[in-house]
Design a protein around this ligand. Sequence first.
Ligand code: HEM
Length: 545
Amino acid sequence: MATVSKLTGLSGWAQAWLTQYIDKLRKKPASGVLRLILTLAVLDFIRRAVYTRYFHPLSHVPGSWTNISYFFTAVGQHTGYSHYLIPYGHKRYGKVMRVAPEIISVADKDAIREILVTIDYPKSIIHERLELNGQHNLFSSRNKDFHKNRRRLVAPAFGLSFLRTLEPIMHDCIQVLLRKMDQILEDQNQNGQKGGQLNAGTVNVCSFMNRLSLDIIGETAFGQTFGMVLHDDHPVPKLMAKSLKRSSQQVFNPILRLLVPVDNSFFKFGAERVQARRDALMKQQAQDSHNNGQEGRRSDLLQYLLDAQERERANGQGETGNAYEDMIAGKLTDKALETETVLFLIAGSETSSTAMTHTLMFLVKNPEMLTRLHEELTRATASNPKGSLPAYDQIRNSPYLTACINESLRLRPVAANGVPREVPEDTTMAGYFIPKGTIVMAHIPSLHKNPDYFPEPLKFIPTRWIPEESPFPNSPIQEFTFYPFSAGTRNCVGKNFAMMEMRLVLATLVLTYTMEDVPNQRDDYVQFVTTALATEKYMIRMKRR
Ligand code: HEM
């Protein structure tokens, strides 16, 4: 006791506790060491929490006490439900709110415009943790030069003129969906489930939109359907969904990152498709030396990238052979090509499918709106022979269809937690000092549901998007308040693709079937990398028109 006191200068209860502790350590060293480690960890947690809450440069930014560590952010990310909490936080704490030690969420219109458009903040460590296949890619890269180069290469593949060449592929996929749905409705009739109503029944549109968008992106990106609409059993989409959920759950969870590796085996599929396409082209070229293999070429995103790679190589700007340097320089190596096409698969499936499911859900809950949409589309396609699908040119300017999609993306944006960026220099945001390196979530949903910009913000009112019919003539839609596809240099490169796909699919379904809501269903949704209905199920009663 006296030695302890001499060595440490402690007295009283502290001296007694330490002496007792050393005694226990002598008797049971293993459990003693464990206790020591735990005690130190708890003390360290308290030290960090106190620093974070009271002394950190962000400590003056309002927010719940839960922001003392990343624990609660990790829990929110794990469940996928944090997007329901953040709006409450903003109501309580204001337009700038601290959500974790070094993360803030911003719901201010001018600040969001600066973040995304005028200053154009770089992407953050969150994106780096979502990196695919060990490769920088268009979505995750934080390097502005890399991004600029890659975007320049890829963007024309999403321009309207190239997309037009994909329309027949989308039509084919939609035809398969109609046949499958007809078959389901017929089967339900035969089983007597619908009391004898011909070709009527209930369909899980959430599942079908998901499967259809996978088949569409499979065909348009790789030239191969996954057959999900017909069979729903291809391993790649399932593996991909699992691994994306895992990556998203690991973003704020270092223990999970360390212990549970993400299974990226679905990338093999990308590599196989690139090789298969190369082989097919070579075979074609050998058979057809006159036209340089042009006859067997498919028009799809993979072919577009292969051609870009060919051009890069022909101009002497191809890869050098040093894998790391080539990646940093943004060269279109085979690995880059696989990664970007798989990225299209990831970014272009659940996003569009969830948006389509939500739009259908809002429409069946508002039957008079569904009727109005049907009338508009019937007029637009009046010259079509019976049974043919709407052409994109017939419906792309249909104002009510666009209004319904906008309204659904406003209420349920895919980036449900906002989009993360990193503060490049010390700055001030809505009156708060924000140090360089802070991660800032541009909270797009708060703008979408702000009554100053969108009166009666929680209601589905498509006509607010049609100025001459808007029930809010004194509140026209303002610029920089609606960002379903984000904005600035990192906006969604697939926006035109997604709008084309959504318009074609929704118009076809509305023209082909009558639809009714099935009441009392869950419609809550979760966000991992993108968003989806939590139950993966939304039933709609459908009947062939
Ligand atoms: C309704 C459908 C879609 C919505 C709402 C949507 C939304 C978004 C948003 C909000 C971002 C920005 C994310 C961020 O800044 O962190 C984004 C980026 C991106 N999206 Fe989409 N997306 C959709 C469909 C698609 C499709 C169909 C594709 C491709 C086929 C695609 C490919 C991409 C890519 C590659 C990026 C990264 C772009 C870059 O950083 O340059 N998206 N999307």
